[in-house]
Design a protein around this ligand. Sequence first.
Ligand code: ATP
Ligand code: MG
Length: 476
Amino acid sequence: MSTILIIDDDDQLRKSFEKLLAEEGYNVITASSGEAGLKMVSYDPPDLVILDMRLPGMNGFDTFKAIHQIEPRLPVIIMTAYGTTETAIDATKMGAFDYILKPFEVPDMLLVIKEGIRAGRFMRSPVDMDVSPDHALRDAIVGKSKPMQDVYKAIGRVAATDATILIRGESGTGKELVARAIYQHSNRADMPFLVINCVAIPENLLESELFGYEKGAFTGASHRRVGKIEQANRGTILLDEIGDMHFNIQAKILRLLQEKSIERLGGRETIPVDVRIIAATNRDLEEALANGRFREDLYYRLKVVTITLPPLRDRIEDIPILADYFLVLFARDGGSKNPGITKEANAILSSYSWPGNIRELANTLQKALIFNRGAPISSEDVINTLSEKPAEDKRPGEKDDRTLREWARQNLTILSGEHLFDTCMDRFAAILIVEALNMTAGNRSQAAKLLGLSRPTLHAKIDKYHLKLKTSVTEE
Ligand SMILES: Nc1ncnc2c1ncn2[C@@H]1O[C@H](COP(=O)(O)OP(=O)(O)OP(=O)(O)O)[C@@H](O)[C@H]1O
Ligand SMILES: [Mg+2]
């Protein structure tokens, strides 16, 4: 449970906050002065601070500076009324997470709090590397395969430099996790780390989110706003999904990398900034380059130090280790013991193609835990879970058809004649059935389920094709 410290001299406001945030599942502690709040932070830092600007004694701004000195990675949300906005903006320039104007709407406040807690967790909750499942924390990079060993080495090599890093890999391969590990092992580990998701934010907003703006820069810009890059000064920024970033913003990022300075929107001042950029993408950047959607100069600047995360299907020896890790984790969440997993179930996990990579594996095991009723996860639990998914998630792509087309062409040239079509269909059906039986360790009921056939139909086909099966066929 996350703990939020509220520093405000208004008794009424503290009480209503306490009630509201407790209902949202937060643990709330309060202080009525800057001095008292500061003591609480130095004694045992909470996960987030909500700080009023106008306080008796030590004012909000000085309180912020003191908190930031003790723990620069602690997200502080400043509450400000008209008249103290300028100091709140100054505080964000110095690294406050955000500020919110009084009177505020509750949902807005809750959203900022949620984002702040997440950002704080990213900075302070350590990402373990190469740990044994039993000791695993929630955020660990698990895997012993050669490609993962290479990833660990790369992280070790680049973390402590100030180099810009590009992390590539399919969706769900752990790019965000690796970015956090790099940050945590860097010389900037005790300074802020901010994540900007370039797809989640619309283009015009992304620009002002990153670079900030001056009052009057556009309609509705009633105050200066400090951008995330400036806010993360001396820290690190993850530009997530950079492959989807708009062309115009790419130019500004390139300038930031080359000149180490930015300009706020509508501003003329050049502001020097010292941020380390980590970029991540699951896009084919070379294709984006060819289509003119990605700038060549930025591409070459980014790719100097690249870490590529292997898809899960290319490191299947990690699957049982990952499965074990997730089972320990999810069982612990549910207050139970790791139920374990059968060899057959692991075999099915290892033969699946995992288009959604580790995220998909984690989700599959979480769901399988619903079916297993305390017993070790069986192949049936896994099959039930995998077959629940919408078909489009799993459909193999064009590329996967290549071998099949090759096979078709061979048959067409070698065989040809009256029965070609039926012969090919039968051979293909036989292959499908044999593979289904292999995946289910010869269990006909489970194979029928995988194939979407009734058991008698499967039996009939096995007889028809005179299938000699590698594995011993078992009934139920
Ligand atoms: N090697 C790993 N060991 C354990 N958990 C992992 C590993 N890699 C990824 N995960 C977990 O899988 C999930 C997806 O990882 P992450 O968000 O880092 O992927 P991503 O590459 O950024 O995906 P996307 O491109 O979809 O954003 C997270 O819950 C993460 O903790
Ligand atoms: Mg990601």
